[in-house]
Design a protein around this ligand. Structure first.
Ligand code: GRG
Length: 303
C-alpha cells in the first residue's frame, strides 16, 4: 500500500522474521533445559524446538514494539504462546484426535516418545507457559501481567482452542456451513494468534483501544491464514503436493473454496487482508511495517 509512508517499501519481512525467530529460539532453549527427568524434557524440547515459523511469538514481539514497548518485556509472553502452540500440536496429533504420524516432516511426538509421554509433555508445556509469563516477565506492572495471563487462559480453554477443537471433532465427516467453519478456524487457529498479538501489546503498555485494534488485526490475519491454506490445498499442482498437502481434501473436510467457490474464497482472503491492514492505520507507519507486511505475505503466499 503506497500511502503507508516512507521506509515501509524497503522493509524486509524475511530478515525481520529470521532475526526475531533466532531470539525466540534462544529464549525457548533456555526456558526448557534438558534435566531430570530427561525423557519428559526431551519430549517437550522435541516439539518446541524443532522447526516452526514462530509466527505467534513474532506477533507478540511486533505488537509490543508497535505500542512503543521494548521487545525484551514481551519475550516471556512470546515464548508462552509457542509453548501453547506446541502443546496443541502434540495433542492434536494423538491417536484419539487426528492420529497423525508426521509433523513438520518428522515423526509426531507420540510416535517418537509414546502416547503416555506425549500427553504429559503437552500438559507440562501448557503449565510452563503460564508459569513462564508469571515468573519471568519483568519491568511490567503486575496488573498487566495478570491481564496477559487471563487472556492466555481464555485462549486455551473451552471458549478458545479447546472449543474450536471439539466443534472440529464433532463435524468430522460432515458438511458444515460457513458459520461453523468460521467458528472452527477463529477458535483453533486465529484465537492463539490473537492472544499472542494482544499479550505483546498488553505487556508493551498499550492502551485499551490499541489492544482492541491489534486484536481485530490478528483475528483477521488468523482467519486469512486458514482461508489461504484452504485455497492452496486446492490450487497446488500435483508436483507441489507433498506427503501432507492435500490432506484436507483427502479427508473430505469442508473448506472455503468448497463452500464459496475458488473465486469467492480468493475475494474473501483479499477482504480479510484489507481489514487487517485497516486496523493498523492509527499506528505510527514505520512501527506498523512488520504487521502490515505479515498480513500481505500471508495473503499472497504460494506454499
Ligand atoms: C489439550 C488444553 C488442550 C488444548 C488443545 C488440540 C487442541 C486443543 C487444539 C488444536 C489446535 C490446532 C492444532 C490448531 C491448528 C493450528 C495451526 C494452523 C497449526 C499450524 O501452524 P503453523 O503454520 O505451524 O504456525 P508451525 O509448524 O510453523 O509452527
Amino acid at each position: 500500500k503506497k500511502d503507508m509512508g516512507a521506509g515501509i517499501e524497503t522493509f524486509n519481512l524475511k530478515v525481520y522474521m529470521a532475526d526475531k525467530a533466532r531470539l525466540v529460539n534462544e529464549a525457548l532453549d533456555m526456558a526448557v533445559p534438558l534435566r531430570y527427568p530427561h525423557k519428559i524434557h526431551e519430549s517437550m524440547r522435541y516439539t518446541l524446538l524443532a522447526g516452526g515459523k514462530r509466527v505467534r511469538p513474532i506477533l507478540a514481539l511486533a505488537s509490543c514494539e508497535l505500542v512503543g514497548g521494548d521487545e525484551s518485556v514481551a519475550v516471556p509472553v512470546a515464548c508462552a504462546t509457542e509453548m501453547i502452540h506446541a502443546m496443541s500440536l502434540i495433542h492434536d496429533d494423538l491417536p484419539c484426535m487426528d492420529n497423525d504420524d508426521l509433523r513438520r516432516g518428522q515423526p509426531t511426538n507420540h510416535r517418537a516418545f509414546g502416547e503416555d509421554t506425549a500427553i504429559l509433555a503437552g500438559d507440562a508445556l501448557l503449565s510452563l507457559a503460564f508459569e513462564h509469563v508469571a515468573a519471568r516477565t519483568t519491568g511490567v506492572p503486575a496488573e498487566r501481567v495478570l491481564w496477559a495471563v487471563s487472556e492466555l487462559g481464555s485462549t486455551v480453554g473451552s471458549q478458545g482452542l479447546v472449543g474450536g477443537q471439539i466443534v472440529d471433532i464433532a463435524s468430522e465427516g460432515k458438511e458444515v456451513d460457513l458459520e461453523v467453519l468460521e467458528y472452527i478456524h477463529t477458535h483453533k487457529t486465529a484465537r492463539l494468534l490473537e492472544a499472542a498479538a494482544v499479550c505483546g501489546a498488553i505487556v508493551g503498555g498499550g492502551g485499551d483501544a490499541e489492544v482492541e485494534r491489534i486484536r481485530r488485526y490478528a483475528r483477521c490475519v488468523g482467519l486469512l491464514f486458514q482461508v489461504v491454506d484452504d485455497i492452496l490445498d486446492v490450487t497446488k499442482t500435483s508436483e507441489e503436493l507433498g506427503k501432507t498437502a492435500g490432506k484436507d481434501q483427502a479427508r473430505d473436510k469442508t473448506t472455503y473454496p468448497k463452500l464459496l467457490g475458488l473465486d469467492k474464497a480468493r475475494e474473501f482472503a483479499q477482504t480479510l487482508m484489507r481489514k487487517a491492514m485497516d486496523e493498523l492505520a492509527g499506528f505510527e507507519r514505520l512501527r506498523a511495517a512488520p504487521l502490515y507486511h505479515l498480513a500481505h505475505d500471508i495473503a499472497n503466499r504460494h506454499n
